[in-house]
Design a protein around this ligand. Sequence first.
Ligand code: TYD
Length: 136
Amino acid sequence: MSESKNIKKFKFKSFGDESGWLVPIEASKDIPFEIKRIYYIYDTTANAVRGKHAHIDLEQVLVCLNGGCTIVVDDGKECKEVILSQRTDGLYIGNNVWREMKDFSKDCVLLVLASKYFEDSQYIRDYEEFLAVVGG
Ligand code: TYD
């Protein structure tokens, strides 16, 4: 899958020297939306597969603060796997993208920045329904 406007891996600027590194994230500057919500996933079990949903109207940026994991992104036409293993990597996921998170390292801490508050009605949890929505 070529990068689309709804799926984009990118690098944050980082500042550092021998004393350590710092990555700033400013809403609407380093990521393309105002941040309304932050959550993080950790202590994932071996073989855990999370996500398995799409959002109708929600933008997110995923960053692995520790360890690594694989994000499966599917726009209904193409499906690809993105590995997040660098603390300076961000993955932007826009509307109507089916995502699954897997292959978590034991020490993985996955940070998610979201453009909206949590709303269960914004989830599509059924893959067939997702395909019908995106016309895939
Ligand atoms: P879920 O979205 O299913 O997690 P994942 O996509 O990683 O598998 O959410 C798990 C639980 O956490 C579910 O009961 C809803 C709750 N939750 C919130 O209360 N607020 C949130 O911002 C998120 C993402 C989930």
